[in-house]
Design a protein around this ligand. Structure first.
Ligand code: ADP
Ligand code: MG
Ligand code: MG
Length: 197
C-alpha cells in the first residue's frame, strides 16, 4: 500500500491530465488523497493479517474518495481482503483468487465489461496474468511482474476504445484517442506490487 501510494503521488499529475481529457480532471487528486489516507490509517493501527490490510485500505478509500474510483477501488480491495485466509502471510495462489474476487466486485458495482474503457481493462488482464503465472509455477515475484506487464498493456489498449461507462462515456466518440485514467492508475498499482514483490 505504501508503494502504491508512492506511485500514485508520483504520477498524480499524469492521472489528473488524463482525466481532464475525458472526465473532470480529478482522478490524480482523488487517488492521492485516498492513498495518503490509506497509509495513515494502516500506520495508525497496523493490521495483523494481509486480509485486514486490504479491508482497511478499501474501507478508507470508500470513505475518503468521492467520485467513481473511490467506491470501486474500495470495494475491490475489501472483496480481495475478504477472500484471503486470516493469516500474516499469504500464498501466491491465495492472492490470485483474491485478485479475481476484487475484479468481480468491480464488475458487480460498476457494471463495466472488458472493452468499456475503464479500469477493468487493466485489472482483468492483470488478474488473469497473475493467475496463469502462478498456475505455471511462478512465485509472487514472477506473478506480480506478469500482472504489471498485463495491466500496462491493458491500460494502453484503452486509448482507441470508446468509453461506455463512467463520465468519459458522456463524450461518446470523442472519448476515443485518450488513455483511460482509471486503467492507468490500476497499472501503476500493479507496478507498485511488482516493485515490492
Ligand atoms: P469521477 O469520474 O467520478 O470523477 P475518477 O476520476 O476518480 O472519478 O475515476 C474515473 C475512472 O473510474 C475512470 O477512468 C474509469 O477507469 C473508472 N470508472 C468509472 N466508471 C466505472 C465503472 N462503472 N466501472 C469501472 N470503472 C469505472
Ligand atoms: Mg474524475
Ligand atoms: Mg470527479
Amino acid at each position: 500500500m505504501r508503494a502504491a501510494a508512492g506511485a500514485i503521488a508520483a504520477d498524480a499529475d499524469l492521472l489528473t491530465r488524463l482525466d481532464a481529457a475525458i472526465g473532470d480532471g480529478d482522478h490524480g487528486v482523488n487517488l492521492n488523497r485516498g492513498f495518503t489516507a490509506v497509509v495513515a490509517a494502516l500506520e495508525k493501527t497496523p493490521p495483523d493479517t494481509v486480509a485486514d490490510v486490504l479491508i482497511k485500505a478499501g474501507t478508507t478509500l470508500m470513505s475518503r474518495v468521492g467520485g467513481a474510483s473511490g467506491p470501486i477501488y474500495g470495494s475491490a480491495l475489501r472483496a480481495a481482503g475478504k477472500a484471503l485466509p486470516p493469516t500474516a502471510e499469504v500464498q501466491p495462489a491465495d492472492l490470485a483468487a483474491a485478485l479475481h474476487a476484487g475484479l468481480e466486485a468491480v464488475r458487480k458495482l460498476g457494471g463495466a465489461a472488458p472493452g468499456d474503457k475503464t479500469m477493468v481493462d487493466a485489472y482483468g488482464p492483470a488478474a488473469d496474468a497473475f493467475e496463469q503465472a502462478v498456475a505455471g509455477g511462478a512465485g509472487l515475484t514472477g506473478a506480480a511482474a506478469a500482472a504489471a506487464r498485463a495491466a500496462a498493456a491493458g491500460a494502453g489498449a484503452t486509448t482507441p476504445m470508446q468509453a461506455r461507462k463512467g463520465r468519459a462515456s458522456y463524450l461518446g466518440e470523442r472519448s476515443i484517442g485518450h488513455q483511460d485514467p482509471g486503467a492507468t492508475s490500476t497499472a501503476l498499482i500493479f507496478q507498485a506490487l511488482a516493485d515490492v514483490s
